[in-house]
Ligand binder design. Structure first.
Ligand code: R5P
Length: 279
């Protein structure tokens, strides 16, 4: 019997996956010692574990490794689901001397796993860093469903998100367009001025990740100037560093919508069905 093991990043998603699949959630104790070190114990027998845990922030990585270690000592098989694959953005060498964090994470995770599922990793080729069976679940269609009947246009805030916007637009059956962005630093981006056919229309800006919110804010500014009507902001993985969510809402967004890969008050769409389809 398969059992779901929820890491502390993903209790809500674990419940949603349990509802979707009928697999029970196993009892696990996860504690921190006074010095911050993590302790993990499985409280029941598990033969085939489905672990759900993010590799973000750093504390969750250690917790994932300990969950994997505990399972390895008890179960015959474990599928590891990483809803938000943290460290995925450094997926190649941009400058000589750098580490490739996306690859290193894969090397460490695959040591104790039978298979892995990632949800919308920043780049699809990340999956090739794993030498165990690895699959990608794509939540774009599910997030698009949420906006059916609400918007008449999907906007990608940069070219990298254009294919996601195209896919969402085909579900909603509306048009899409994209901005072009230049990243100046980790928290500062510049979006090229672009005239779009948005005046009086309801739009959703869709990206894979919202981190500092800088990318979304630049896009909102242009859409407000161009007199878009309701502006929704959506992403798969909502990190909301600092007060990114407040700043996005203050800038004029009507609503923020994310999935439950990173759980927050904005997790209005679940990726459980996509994961269940791959199990
Ligand atoms: C980058 O290419 C990603 O797709 C996102 O656009 C980026 O991570 C968003 O970051 P921020 O919210 O800090 O602008």
């Amino acid at each position: 019997m398969k059992k779901i093991l929820a890491g502390s990043s993903s209790p809500m998603l674990a419940k949603n996956l349990s509802k979707e699949t009928g697999y029970p959630i196993a009892s696990v104790s996860i504690k921190r010692f006074p010095d911050g070190e993590c302790y993990v114990k499985l409280n029941e027998e598990v033969e085939h574990a489905i672990i759900i845990q993010n590799t973000y922030p750093d504390e969750n990585i250690i917790e994932l490794f300990l969950l994997q270690d505990a399972v390895r000592r008890m179960a015959g098989r474990m599928d590891v689901i990483i809803p938000y694959y943290g460290y995925g953005r450094q997926d190649k060498i941009f400058e000589y001397g750098e580490a490739i964090s996306a690859e290193k994470m894969a090397r460490l995770i695959e040591q104790d796993a039978s298979s892995v599922i990632l949800i919308n990793p920043h780049k699809e080729h990340i999956i090739n860093f794993f030498s165990i069976p690895a699959k990608i679940a794509d939540a774009t269609e599910t997030i698009a469903e949420y906006f059916k009947g609400k918007v008449d246009m999907v906007i990608a805030p940069d070219k990298g998100a254009a294919s996601m916007a195209a896919k969402a637009a085909s579900v909603i059956q509306c048009e899409y367009d994209y901005f072009e962005k230049h990243r100046i630093s980790g928290s500062v981006v510049e979006t090229k001025l672009k005239k779009m056919d948005v005046a009086g229309r309801n739009v959703v800006i869709l990206d894979d990740i919202i981190s500092t919110g800088g990318t979304m804010i630049q896009a909102i500014k242009q859409l407000v100037k161009q007199e878009a009507n309701d502006i929704y902001v959506a992403c798969i993985h909502g990190l909301f560093i600092g007060n990114a969510d407040d700043r996005i809402l203050q800038e004029g967004a009507k609503e923020i919508v994310t999935t439950d890969t990173i759980e927050s008050a904005y997790s209005k769409v679940s990726v459980a069905r996509e994961i269940a389809n791959l199990l």
